[in-house]
Design a protein. Structure first.
Length: 449
């Protein structure tokens, strides 16, 4: 018998409505100790009533609902209180529930109970957290689809095929002389090749999708006065960074989320890359270098209307580690100096005027670097390190099993690899995942989920 837990599930802030969740065998009893209504409560129907303190004072006029039996989010009797979202009312309600015998829920405890009661598999539980944390439309779309079991549906046939294969291999190992139909290597290999392809494809799609689900870490760098802050503001569509004619005005890093050519960016405006004239600027330049080194995409801005300076020419040296770099010859409204076109010739160049606000050449360039072509955010993309690690280790084991079968090694070697692959694939969607893996998943949740 589980004890009865409760927690605020909406944000702890002043709001129109606040929802407190209650779950456990005595959920309805607990609710009825703090909530009075004129009519008896019906299963899954909102009832209007009064929230009362332990000494019978009315605290709020509010709604409540009960979910009897196992037809609830957590898979056990549950209830919800829908209060007015006043911090005073919320804290009085939580206090009343505690005094009435409930226990404040731990982080992620509702979803953990849903998992333990078989309402969600592990990937679906993670999808709950990811849906709430999603920062891009694509991430939300994928998490929502994963929440309804898309990853499990894709992997389950592969999991079952490998389990069958293991059973056959095990029979061959255990009863070599029996009349068991031998699992010929070609048939086993067919299964393994099929699973190998599925896992490779899943990892590859997930990698390509990361730009869209997490956002591309992007740094705007370049010499002072090239127009970095103007470009930053133009991408955001608002005035965020200060634009002046005085070189060296941006010293702190400014970070914002933005979308460019349909690609979500985690955008940082940096100080100009040059020999700094004072301490504050020197730190700014150092931060800019570090940011450029850590970025996946660097937008190197030059004043393309004039001859490149030594600062302009030196800038590419800071960028060698970024996955992609786009050289932007800015101020094209003042004409483009042919020498500017020769800076960093190995990188993609675009010519534009940040003050004009027309960023279409840059949008096209970014779109060409991060191609969503064919990617579907259908809940079968791996979205966290746990899933990626399980998938690539499953892939390693499948490949070892293939090698073992191909080189005619004893069957038990292939069997060990195939079993390991099955267990890692199962773990991906929560079958037989070790307790510490489960603990880690729910440790990332906050209270109320
Ligand atoms: P930063 O130091 O690289 O951040 O450069 P700013 O964005 O502060 O811009 C420096 C100066 O260049 C400002 O006076 C801007 O108005 C001007 N500027 C920026 N972009 C353009 C452009 O596309 N065309 C023209 N003509 N001036 C620009």
């Amino acid at each position: 018998m589980s004890d009865t837990i409760f927690a605020l599930s909406t944000a702890p802030a002043r709001s129109g409505v606040a929802v407190i969740r209650i779950s456990g065998n005595s959920a309805e009893d607990l609710l009825l100790r703090v909530f009075r209504s004129k009519h008896p409560m019906k299963n899954r129907e909102m009832t209007l009533g009064t929230l009362v303190s332990p000494d019978g004072r009315a605290l709020d006029r509010c709604l409540a609902v009960v979910f009897r039996g196992s037809a609830s989010y957590t898979g056990e009797p549950s209830a919800e209180l829908h209060l007015h979202g006043s911090p005073a009312v919320i804290s009085a309600a939580l206090d009343a529930l505690g005094r009435a015998g409930g226990r404040p829920a731990a982080a992620g405890e509702f979803t953990r109970r849903a998992f333990l009661n078989g309402k969600l598999d592990l990937a679906e539980a993670e999808a709950v957290g990811e849906l709430i944390a999603a920062e891009t439309r694509e991430a939300a779309e994928n998490a929502a689809a994963m929440l309804s079991g898309a990853l499990g549906r894709m992997l389950k046939p592969a999991y079952d095929a490998i389990i069958d294969l293991c059973a056959n291999l095990a029979a061959e190992v255990d009863y070599p002389d029996d009349d068991i139909e031998p699992l010929t290597a070609p048939r086993a290999l067919d299964t393994l090749f099929h699973v190998e392809h599925l896992l490779e494809n899943t990892l590859d799609r997930s990698d390509r999708a990361r730009a869209f689900t997490e956002g591309v870490r992007t740094a705007i760098v370049g010499a002072p006065n090239a127009g970095k802050s103007t470009l930053f503001n133009a991408i955001l569509g608002e005035r965020r960074a200060i634009v002046t004619d005085t070189p060296g005005t941006t010293r702190d890093l400014l970070r914002e989320r933005a979308t460019l050519g349909g690609v979500p960016l985690l955008l940082t405006d940096t100080a100009g890359l040059r020999d700094a004239e004072n301490e504050a600027e020197r730190i700014g330049v150092q931060l800019a270098r570090e940011e450029a080194a850590a970025a996946e995409l660097v937008l190197l801005v030059l004043d393309g209307s004039r001859e490149p300076t030594p600062d302009d020419c030196a800038a590419p040296e800071n960028l060698s580690t970024a996955a992609h770099t786009v050289v932007i010859l800015n101020k094209s409204d003042l004409g483009v100096n042919p020498k500017a076109r020769e800076v960093a010739p190995d990188f993609l160049h675009v010519e534009l005027s940040a003050t004009s606000g027309d960023l279409s050449p840059l949008e096209q360039a970014v779109r060409s670097l991060y191609d969503a072509g064919g990617l579907r955010f259908d809940g079968t993309l791996l979205t966290n390190a746990r899933q990626r690690a399980a998938c690539s280790s499953a892939l390693d084991s499948v490949r070892s099993a293939i090698d073992a079968l191909r080189s005619g090694l004893p069957t038990d070697l292939a069997l060990t690899d195939a079993e390991r692959a099955a267990s890692r694939i199962g773990e991906l969607f929560g079958r037989g995942a070790a307790e510490d893996v489960i603990d880690r998943v729910f440790a990332n949740f906050c209270v109320g989920k």
